[in-house]
Design a binder for this molecule. Structure first.
Ligand SMILES: Nc1ncnc2c1ncn2[C@@H]1O[C@H](COP(=O)(O)OP(=O)(O)OP(=O)(O)O)[C@@H](O)[C@H]1O
Length: 258
C-alpha cells in the first residue's frame, strides 16, 4: 500500500473548480513532483493534503487512514510536514536555535520561556543539522546565511517533526542553478536515507526532470499525466498545456544521473 493515496479529490472556490476528481499515489521513499501551469491547482492540492482546506469530496489516505479535512495541526501530528516558499526561519536567531525551536514546537513545549530552550534538544538539533550539511554553521544567525543555506536550515526544521510525508512548495524558488541542484540532491538523499516520501511543486523543468522519481501534472484542476520523466516529456497533452510558457521538454545529457 502507498504511504499517500489521494482519491477523487475535489475542491471549488466559488465557480472555480481548483481540484477536479484528482487521484494519485505516493509510495514510501519516493520523490514525486507536482507540476502544472499557473492556476492549475498545485497549491490547492497541497493545502488540501495538509488540512488548510477542507475538500468538497474525495479522500486523502495516509497509510490507509483518511486525513482529509482533519485540520493542519492534527495532520502534522499524523506525520505530514511542510516547507514553505516564504522563509520559516527567524533571522535573528542562530541556526541551532531555529532547529531547537522547531523541535520544541513539535514537542508542544513552546509555551515555556525561551531561555531554557537553549538546553533542549541540542543533540537532536545538531544531528538534524549534520544531516543537512549545516553542522559547521550552527552558531551563525540565520540572517547572515546564504539563501541556499537558509533552505537547508528550513529542511532541518521541517524534519524536526519526523514527517513520513514532506510537502515542499517550490523548494528551489529564487535559487541559483548550483544551489538548486545541491538542495535537490540533498532532498533526494534524505528520501532514500530516511525512507520518507516527498511531494514537491516546482516551476523549473530542469529540476523536475533531473530529480523526481515520478511526475504528476495538473491542468485546470484535473490530473492530466502521471509518469516518469520520459513519459511526461513526450506526453502530447502536457506539451499542449505548457505550449508558449517557455518551458522546455527536450532531453538533456546526464538527466536522471543526479
Ligand atoms: N482561496 C481561494 N479563493 C478563491 N480562488 C482560489 C483560492 N485559492 C485558489 N483559487 C483559484 O483556484 C485555482 C487554482 O489555484 P492554485 O493556487 O491552486 O494554482 P497553482 O497551480 O498553485 O498556481 P500557481 O502556480 O500560479 O501558484 C486558480 O484559479 C485560483 O485563482
Amino acid at each position: 500500500m502507498s504511504l499517500l493515496q489521494v482519491s477523487h479529490l475535489s475542491k471549488a472556490f466559488g465557480g472555480v473548480q481548483a481540484l477536479d476528481d484528482v487521484s494519485f499515489e505516493l509510495p514510501a521513499g519516493q520523490l514525486l513532483a507536482l507540476i502544472g501551469p499557473n492556476g492549475a491547482g498545485k497549491s490547492t492540492c497541497f493545502n488540501t493534503i495538509n488540512g488548510q482546506h477542507k475538500p468538497d469530496g474525495g479522500a486523502v489516505l495516509l497509510d490507509g487512514q483518511d486525513i482529509a479535512g482533519l485540520g493542519p495541526r492534527r495532520i502534522s501530528r499524523r506525520g505530514v510536514g511542510r516547507t514553505f516558499q516564504v522563509s520559516a526561519a527567524f533571522h535573528s536567531m542562530t541556526v541551532l536555535e531555529n532547529v531547537q525551536a522547531a523541535l520544541l514546537s513539535h514537542h508542544r513545549k513552546l509555551g515555556q520561556l525561551w531561555r531554557p530552550a537553549a538546553r533542549y534538544y541540542r543533540d537532536e538539533a545538531m544531528q538534524l543539522l549534520q544531516q543537512v550539511g549545516m553542522a559547521s554553521q550552527v552558531e551563525r544567525a540565520c540572517g547572515v546565511l546564504a539563501y541556499g543555506d537558509i533552505k537547508r536550515v528550513e529542511l532541518a526544521m521541517a524534519l524536526s517533526s519526523q514527517p513520513r510525508l514532506l510537502l515542499m512548495d517550490e523548494p528551489t524558488a529564487g535559487m541559483a542553478a548550483h544551489e538548486r541542484n545541491e538542495l535537490m540532491a540533498l532532498t533526494r538523499q534524505l528520501v532514500s536515507e530516511r525512507g520518507i516520501s516527498v511531494l514537491f511543486t516546482e516551476h523549473s523543468m530542469d529540476v523536475v526532470f533531473a530529480f523526481a522519481d515520478r511526475i504528476i501534472v495538473l491542468a485546470r484542476g484535473r490530473l492530466i499525466a502521471d509518469g516518469v520523466a520520459a513519459d511526461i516529456r513526450r506526453d502530447a497533452q502536457v506539451r499542449e498545456v505548457y505550449f508558449g510558457s517557455g518551458s522546455t521538454f527536450e532531453d538533456k545529457p546526464g538527466e536522471g544521473e543526479a
